[in-house]
Design a binder for this molecule. Structure first.
Ligand SMILES: NC(=O)c1ccc[n+]([C@@H]2O[C@H](COP(=O)([O-])OP(=O)(O)OC[C@H]3O[C@@H](n4cnc5c(N)ncnc54)[C@H](OP(=O)(O)O)[C@@H]3O)[C@@H](O)[C@H]2O)c1
Length: 300
């Protein structure tokens, strides 16, 4: 069986480095499921690896950390899944392809009520948001820098669900959006600390920086209580060692409650743009730009 795979030939701009490569797949290994991909979310990490900001692997490189699709072949020594089942889940930098092989342990049942594009874009930021809220533990208030992207959108809602008061930043055009998610909304930019203090004078129990800017660093240092946790997800170098890097933990037990919450309507899932797979250059350019509202996703 063939798979059409998105590759990065070199580091650089999408139009210069992205290409498609058609490859014959090896026989399916034990413990694996072969998936016809129906949708796959595009995350900043894909675009930042493409540009060369992150160099986790050699070249050419493949992309994509999440998928939704249909099982076309599966290790028969499993009691839970069969050919034709609709599933979603995580994959490590290879899901931007028409057919993928995934460990069976990564599979989560796709709820019928979810569209392919929603199902295929949950795993990455869904598990990251759940990890963040789990690791922050018993807090009452949370400052989120960059709340209207894919990660902020679901983090705000899980926080709200846990009774945590969230204040989030975004540009002017996303203030109403943040409020509808359940956050107190503030515009980022000069004067941020004073604007937040004016509406939230009490120190925050914790903060999460989803941008990696100096403004976010200084604002967290000024507004989080002494000893309060300050985290950052961008992986960018920051000027203060007090801001601790946070990384997603991937497990079906972390992902499933988020999927269930989206399927039940408890969590709103925002799709910014749905791209045909052939429009990968446009999709990666958009994601690298860093001003998406919710998720961007390939629909195959
Ligand atoms: N560590 C991990 O395991 C992990 C996992 C997932 C994601 N991440 C990282 O987490 C970060 C966020 O991910 P994402 O998927 O949410 O990204 P995203 O969807 O691209 O988020 C973009 C959002 O950031 C806002 N923004 C842009 N510039 C800003 C600024 N200067 N101040 C405040 N907000 C600003 C934008 O709002 P406006 O359009 O209103 O400007 C937009 O809504 C990325 O760096 C990603 O790589 C890390």
């Amino acid at each position: 069986m063939e798979s059409k795979i998105l590759i990065g030939k070199a580091y650089g701009k999408a139009q210069d480095v992205l290409a498609f490569h058609v490859q014959d797949l090896q026989p399916l290994a034990s413990g694996m499921a072969r998936i016809k991909v129906m949708a796959a979310g595009i995350n900043p990490i894909d675009a930042r690896r493409m540009s060369g900001e992150f160099k986790f692997s050699g070249l050419p490189q493949t992309f994509g950390t999440e998928f939704a699709g249909i099982i076309t072949e599966i290790d028969k020594n499993n009691p839970d899944w069969k050919v034709g089942d609709e599933v979603l889940g995580s994959g490590s930098s290879f899901t931007h392809a028409t057919v993928i092989d995934v460990p069976i342990t990564n599979l989560v049942k796709k709820p019928k009520s979810l569209s392919w594009e929603v199902a295929g874009s949950i795993a990455g930021v869904g598990q990251t948001a759940a990890t963040i809220i789990n690791e922050l533990g018993n807090i009452k208030s949370l400052l989120i820098h960059g709340g209207s992207g894919g990660l902020g959108t679901i983090t705000i809602q899980i926080a709200r669900d846990k009774g945590i008061e969230a204040l989030a930043t975004a540009s002017e055009k996303n203030q109403e959006y943040l409020k509808n998610l359940g956050a107190t909304a503030v515009t980022y930019g000069p004067g941020l600390i004073e604007r937040i203090k004016a509406i939230h004078p009490a120190p925050f129990d914790a903060s999460v920086d989803m941008i990696g800017s100096e403004e976010a660093t200084q604002t967290s240092l000024a507004l989080v209580k002494p000893g309060g946790f300050m985290g950052a997800t961008s992986g960018k170098p920051l000027s203060s060692a007090k801001i601790k890097a946070m990384w997603v933990k991937k497990h079906v037990n972390i992902l499933t409650p988020v999927v269930d919450g989206v399927a039940s309507g408890k969590y709103h899932w925002e799709i910014d743009t749905v791209y045909p797979f052939d429009q990968a250059v446009d999709a990666y350019t958009k994601v690298l730009n860093g001003h998406s509202r919710g998720k961007n996703v390939f629909l195959f």
